[in-house]
Structure formats: structure tokens, C-alpha cells
Design a protein around this ligand. Structure first.
Ligand code: PMP
Length: 385
């Protein structure tokens, strides 16, 4: 091979490989529409600020992950996170805000441990897989009374017609059922306090705060990354039980130690702080709720009008966070998934226990992403229908 033909060959090769690389880059770097159920989409600005802080936090020359949790810098992060949560939810001093570890799953038993005696009974409304898990844990510690369940219809609705016996210490609800796509819209009329798993819809809409004794949520949907769990507890419901608890499992410990009894998850808390800041910058819950309602309506309207698709949740109980639906012809499932992938849509497959599709449209998901999904659904109906 002459030196000229070698250059020619190398140029050809370079061109070929660079075309492949451009193709790959387009796939990898094309805008992704993230419909995962959790961990889930985060606001762009949060990711940008978090990446800067991962390298150099506020010009300290240290990563946020390298500073002491007792340092002034991190104490300020903790204080701000609490302050922002208080502002977003309009919390007064009767409530404590805790930033814990162990996920919402730890709260399944920590709530019962701290709020009910062994012989007390706790009322549970069973609205799905996560409620069932909460019930299972509570049964280890106290008596459980199932007030109502939607298991008879594979959890496709929220039961509202139930009585709360006087004997119940409190009532536990799951506000939004991430897997089944249903959401509680009416809160029980009771003088018992509510304990609520709000993992998948916290900060997404206004709630009647006075009804809640305790709210918990894993952060990884609407409140940041996984690794931190938010607990909001009304102080006057604590200190009433007879059990002796390990120190770290007492809410009072974390109240007294300002969420730093042991080393808190500094990076997840920092990213949650940024997420709270973003919610406030967007205009707070009212604005966020309005955006959420428009996104949900866009998608449900398409599901209801497109002959290829059908929603799985009872219409009145549909979640504004997790939209569950099926394609009428199962043979088209793969084609739909492929079309989604081509459009940059990720995380649309339904939970493994239910199948079909689930679009999680949390606070940080942009309308543009919902519009892209609806576009793919419309195009499929034209081509296939
Ligand atoms: N409750 C609900 C409603 C959830 O969606 C989840 C997680 N998807 C959990 C509890 C469990 O949360 P964690 O993984 O933080 O324990």
C-alpha cells in the first residue's frame, strides 16, 4: 500500500468510525424523557448544581461529600432543607422535620413502633403493594385492623366507604399507589390522626395538614435522590407509648439531634435541598400542582381517546403521578416500547407485578416529555389503527 492509499484508507476508516460514533452519541445524548418510577427525573438545574458541588462545594476546595456532617457548611444545608420543607408545606412549630435513612420501608415499622403499643390497634387502608408491606410490618408490633381494601379489584380503586373504630390508635394511608396508579383524593373525616406514606406524591399538591400526625416519604420521586427519607411529625403524638426502643429507632432521638444522631446521607440531603429550592423557585405547591394537573390531563385524555390504549385505574381515583395503562393488542406492546425508545422515552414499562405501561410524571418531568409520549401514542394509532 502506498503512503497515499494508506492515508486514504485511514481517512475512510476514520470517517466510518466517526459516523458510528455520531450515531451512538445521538442515541446516548439525545434528550431523554425519563418516566421511571423512582429513582426518577430530577430538575436539570438540580443536577447541574449537584455536579458542581460534587467536585467543589462553594469554593471550599472540597466535595460536598468530603465535608464533615458537623461542619458549618453542612449544618447550613440541613437547616436550609428543613426551612424549605417548612415553607413549602407551611409547617408550624408543632411539626418536626426529620431527614433519615432506611427508606420509606423503615417507616413501615418505625411508625408503629413509636406510635402504638403492642395491644393497640392501628387502622390501615389497604390500597396496594406498598400498603400491604406497611401492614405486614405493623403486624409484628401491634394489632392491625384493615379498615378497607381494594385488593378485590387488583387495587384499581381507592376505597372510601369505611368506619374507623374508636379503638384505633391512628389511621395509616398510602396517599399515592405508585404501582397501581391510584391516588387518594378525599381524606377520612375522623378525629384520629393520620399517618401517611406520601412517597410518590409528596410536594405534588396541597394537603389538609391538620389531619396528619405523621407523613413519610422516600425522597427518590418528588423530593430528590434515593438515600434520604423525609419524616414530618407532629410532636404532640410522640412520647405516649410504653415500649423501650433502640435509640436510633426513636423519632425523639432524631428531633433532639436535628437529624444528625448518626452520620446523615450528606449528598442525598444536599440534592434534596436543591430540589426543595427548585420547588420554591417554581412558585411552590400551587404552581407545581397546576403543572401536574395539566400533564396528567394531557396523558389521560390521550389514553381515553386513543383506540389502542386503555387506562387501568378507576377514573375518579387516577393518580396525577403514576399513569398506568395497557395496549389493547398485546402483540403491539414491543412495537410501542421500541417507538418510545426511538423518541428518547425511558422507564415506561409497567411494574413487574402488573405489566402494561406506567408513565411516572413526577414534579420534575416537563410537559414536553408528556407531549413526546402522547405524540408516539398518536403516531402508533395512525400507523397501526
Ligand atoms: N411506599 C411507596 C408508595 C413507594 O412507591 C415506595 C417505593 N417505590 C416505597 C414505599 C418504598 O420506598 P423505599 O424504597 O424508600 O423503602
Amino acid at each position: 500500500m502506498s503512503s497515499n492509499s494508506k492515508i486514504f484508507f485511514n481517512n475512510k476508516k476514520r470517517e466510518k468510525y466517526s459516523n458510528i460514533a455520531i450515531g451512538l452519541n445521538t442515541l446516548i445524548f439525545m434528550k431523554k424523557h425519563n418516566f421511571f418510577a423512582g429513582p426518577a427525573v430530577l430538575p436539570e438545574i438540580v443536577k447541574t448544581k449537584a455536579s458542581q458541588a460534587a467536585l467543589d462545594y462553594n469554593n471550599t476546595g472540597l466535595s460536598i461529600m468530603e465535608i464533615s456532617h458537623r461542619s458549618n457548611e453542612f449544618v447550613a444545608v440541613l437547616d436550609n432543607t428543613e426551612k424549605y420543607i417548612r415553607t413549602i408545606l407551611n409547617l408550624d412549630d408543632n411539626y418536626s422535620v426529620l431527614l433519615l435513612t432506611g427508606g420509606a420501608s423503615t417507616q413501615f415499622f418505625m411508625t408503629a413502633m413509636n406510635l402504638a403499643n403492642k395491644n393497640d390497634s392501628i387502622g390501615y387502608v389497604d390500597t396496594g403493594a406498598w400498603s400491604s408491606k406497611a401492614i405486614k410490618e405493623a403486624k409484628i408490633l401491634s394489632n392491625v385492623e384493615i379498615l378497607a381494601s381494594s385488593k378485590d379489584k387488583n387495587y384499581n380503586y381507592i376505597p372510601y366507604d369505611y368506619n374507623i373504630p374508636e379503638s384505633c390508635a391512628y389511621v395509616h394511608l398510602t396517599s399515592n399507589n405508585t404501582i397501581f396508579g391510584t391516588q387518594t383524593k378525599k381524606w377520612p373525616d375522623t378525629d384520629k390522626f393520620l399517618v401517611c406514606d406520601m412517597s410518590s406524591d409528596i410536594f405534588s399538591r396541597q394537603i389538609p395538614l391538620e389531619k396528619f400526625g405523621l407523613i413519610y416519604a422516600g425522597a427518590q420521586k418528588n423530593a430528590g435522590p434515593s438515600g434520604v427519607t423525609i419524616v414530618i411529625v407532629r410532636k404532640n403524638i410522640l412520647g405516649k407509648i410504653e415500649r423501650t426502643l433502640p435509640t436510633i429507632l426513636k423519632y425523639q432521638t432524631h428531633i433532639d439531634k436535628k437529624s444528625s444522631f448518626n452520620t446523615p446521607p450528606v449528598f442525598p440531603i444536599y440534592v434534596s435541598m436543591l430540589t426543595m429550592e427548585w420547588i420554591l423557585e417554581k412558585g411552590g405547591i400551587d404552581e407545581i400542582a397546576e403543572r401536574n394537573a395539566i400533564k396528567a390531563k394531557t396523558l389521560y385524555d390521550e389514553i381515553d381517546s386513543n383506540p389502542l390504549f386503555v387506562g387501568t385505574a378507576n377514573k375518579d381515583d387516577r393518580s396525577t403521578m403514576n399513569v398506568t395503562f395497557l395496549i389493547n393488542d398485546p402483540n403491539l406492546e414491543q412495537l410501542f416500547l421500541d417507538n418510545c425508545t426511538k423518541a428518547g422515552i425511558v422507564g415506561i414499562a409497567g411494574h413487574r407485578s402488573v405489566g402494561g405501561f406506567r408513565a411516572s410524571i413526577y414534579n420534575a418531568l416537563e410537559q414536553e416529555s408528556v407531549d413526546t409520549l402522547v405524540g408516539v401514542m398518536k403516531e402508533m394509532a395512525v400507523k397501526v389503527g
